[in-house]
Design a protein around this ligand. Structure first.
Ligand code: GRF
Length: 192
């Protein structure tokens, strides 16, 4: 069984969909650690209910990104995690973790990259007036949502869509896509 760590900062609905897929056997992996940079995040409650250990930290209590990533790297090593899944982690991964897990970090982003990188991709899509947006799973590099693309799914923007309605459609797609792409990567030994 592959050991993975999930990074999240907020609600954690993607974390939960990955955890359910792992429990059901659809995803042949075990989440050995949740890494969370927000002590108030809802994802921590989800992890507790699921019995998944969490490392939660406050970035401002550290001198630098290097300092907190060094601690994260130590926790990851203890946990035995072999690769890292970013699911709503609202922070750029720095050189410490990139060097420790080369080409073993993936992220999900709520747009068809390279369109609408960074924050509020759903709002950016609405403001641009596009008729189609979507979801991208990609490898993580030092840039903001710039790494090699692994998979994409489109989502139609309908007249009258609000940020909430579009976000809900995008998240439905994310919850299907992310576990299946992770399983494919593991099966093809791309991530191991
Ligand atoms: C998702 O839309 C993901 O694409 C983006 O952040 C959001 C996280 O949502 N990177 P959740 O915390 O998994 O509910």
């Amino acid at each position: 069984m592959k050991k993975i760590a999930v990074f999240a900062s907020g609600s954690g609905s993607n974390f939960q969909s990955i955890a359910y897929a792992a429990k059901s056997g659809e995803l042949k992996a075990e989440i050995v650690l949740l890494v969370c940079d927000n002590p108030k995040a809802l994802v921590l409650e989800r992890a507790e209910k699921l019995g998944i250990p969490a490392f939660v930290f406050s970035p401002r209590k550290y001198d630098s990104k290097e300092a907190f990533e060094t601690e994260i790297a130590a926790r990851l090593k203890e946990s035995g995690a072999e690769f890292l899944v970013l699911a709503g982690y609202m922070r750029l991964i720095g050189s410490t973790l990139l060097a420790a897990f080369p080409r073993k970090i993936v992220n999900i982003h709520p747009s068809l990259l390279p369109s609408f990188p960074g924050k509020d991709a759903v709002g950016q899509a609405l403001a641009a007036g596009v008729k189609v947006t979507g979801v991208t799973v990609h490898f993580v590099d030092e840039g903001m949502d710039t790494g090699p693309i692994i998979a994409q799914r489109s989502v139609e923007v309908k007249e009258g869509d609000t940020r909430e309605s579009l976000q809900a459609k995008i998240q439905d797609v994310e919850h299907q896509l992310f576990p299946s792409v992770l399983q494919k990567l593991l099966g093809e030994r791309i991530l191991t």
